[in-house]
Design a protein around this ligand. Structure first.
Ligand SMILES: Cc1cc2nc3c(=O)[nH]c(=O)nc-3n(C[C@H](O)[C@H](O)[C@H](O)COP(=O)(O)OP(=O)(O)OC[C@H]3O[C@@H](n4cnc5c(N)ncnc54)[C@H](O)[C@@H]3O)c2cc1C
Length: 390
């Protein structure tokens, strides 16, 4: 085995080159900070398949700020709003019915972000490298080692390690973090269909008092059709494709939405619980799903991965930028400042994302109350009156 000591002059190493990792890298790099990314997948065209593709208005704004929204629109992303229908009433999101959300295939989104990352002079991206260990001085993380497919080991020293390696974070395991979960006992099934006419609204139908959901998310030439059903119902299904065709596809077609041929596999996501963890070590920070994986029913994960990356870079950007060649005492002072800003980030993250995520997870288990005809109807009517129509 060959040991390669990589002595790149970077201040932060980011683990994972998906949404959270790329957005963090782009934002730090824009502030003049040199960063390296390690990504376990061997090439830039990999993308996350286990994801439907609604992006909330907050996420779309980040994409516009990063300068990728126009590219994505040209590739087939579509502006949209959500039309949510339940037995209790009908609600639009955003309430104004303005198409401020977006439908973007992850195939396009992930590669557009990586392209931007690859072009930035302050970012080095290393594909095919999987994190192996965290390097520590006492409780302070001072870098990491990563391994490629041939077993070669690469060593990175840096001031900050950013874990952006998703729900099953290996960094979290290396840091022996405790996972906190809120189970939803729901299973998601989804696939893509071709040849649908261009539609702006995305539809969500709430069935059986919030125990099941069917949704359609159109982009410029495809339609993503998803459904969420209770775990116990899924266990009784003998043929998943047959169930999907006869229950989900048929339901949507009866609603007057024409679907073309199914052009992708039928994806099934069994573990969709809300998951949260926080780092034990100093000099280590989490972002995106590695920090907080929200219930995918909310369709908020990508947007939160983007906006939490913005929050992180705002918090740690300045101390990282000002850190240079220093004496030992100055270095201790720098670490203190950096760790303080990480604590601020962790606190703001809890307020902005963790509390809403737990609230949504709890509400999603109380479908009978939320979608109660009177309550939901009243809520929808009030919001309908308050929001200006186009
Ligand atoms: C069924 C389902 C439907 C969803 N639908 C939506 C939706 O409609 N809208 C929405 O906003 N969100 C949705 N989500 C959530 C969304 O997919 C995630 O929130 C989002 O992908 C999080 O991005 P991330 O960058 O934090 O992590 P990820 O996208 O999971 O990326 C992690 C990256 O880290 C890399 N990595 C992992 N381990 C290592 C390692 N050891 N070393 C180096 N690299 C590593 C991976 O290869 C990957 O590139 C859905 C999720 C599910 C499960």
């Amino acid at each position: 085995m060959m040991n390669v000591n990589v002595n790149v002059n970077v201040k932060a190493v980011i683990v994972g080159a998906s949404i959270a990792g790329c957005c963090t890298a782009l934002r730090l790099a824009k502030q003049g900070i040199k960063v390296a990314i390690i990504e376990k997948q061997p090439s830039s065209d990999h993308y996350k398949k286990m994801c439907s593709h609604i992006i909330h208005p907050s996420g779309r704004k980040v994409l516009a700020d990063l300068g990728v929204w126009d590219d994505l629109t040209a590739l087939g992303a579509q502006a949209t709003y959500m039309d949510v229908e339940s037995q209790g009433g009908r609600l639009f999101y955003p309430f104004s019915k303005k198409p401020k959300a977006a439908n973007i295939e992850r195939r396009l989104l992930d590669s557009a972000l990586r392209k931007r990352v690859g072009e930035h002079p302050n970012i080095t991206i290393n594909y095919g490298l999987r994190i192996k260990s965290l390097l520590r001085e006492k409780r302070q993380v001072i870098g990491l080692t990563a391994e490629d497919s041939t077993g070669d080991i690469f060593t990175f020293y840096c001031s900050l390690v950013v874990a952006a390696d998703g729900r099953a974070s290996r960094v979290a395991r290396l840091d022996e973090c405790e996972n906190h979960t809120v189970k939803n006992h729901r299973v998601a099934l989804f696939s893509y269909f071709k040849g649908v006419s261009r539609r702006v609204p995305s539809n969500v139908w709430v069935l059986d008092k919030g125990r099941a959901y069917i949704a359609c998310f159109p982009n410029s030439d495809k339609m993503l059709l998803s459904c969420y059903i209770p775990e116990h119902q899924f266990k009784e299904i003998k043929d998943n494709q047959l169930f999907y065709d006869s229950f989900v596809k048929d339901f949507v077609e009866r609603k007057g939405i024409q679907l073309g041929d199914q052009v992708d596999d039928l994806f099934i996501a069994k573990d969709t619980s809300t998951l949260y963890r926080s780092p034990n070590s100093k000099g280590l920070v989490f972002v995106g799903d590695a920090f907080l994986a929200a219930d995918p029913l909310t369709g908020i994960g990508c947007s939160w991965a983007m906006s939490s990356a913005m929050l992180l870079s705002q918090c740690v950007g300045r101390p990282l930028l000002n850190h240079g060649e220093e004496t030992r005492a100055q270095s201790r002072w720098f670490r203190f400042k950096l760790n303080s800003t990480i604590s601020i980030y962790n606190m703001l993250h809890r307020i902005k994302y963790l509390i809403p995520a737990y609230l949504m997870a709890w509400l999603s288990l109380k479908g009978g109350v939320v979608f109660n005809k009177r309550l939901f109807g009243l809520f929808a009517a009030l919001l309908g009156k308050r929001s200006p129509r186009r």
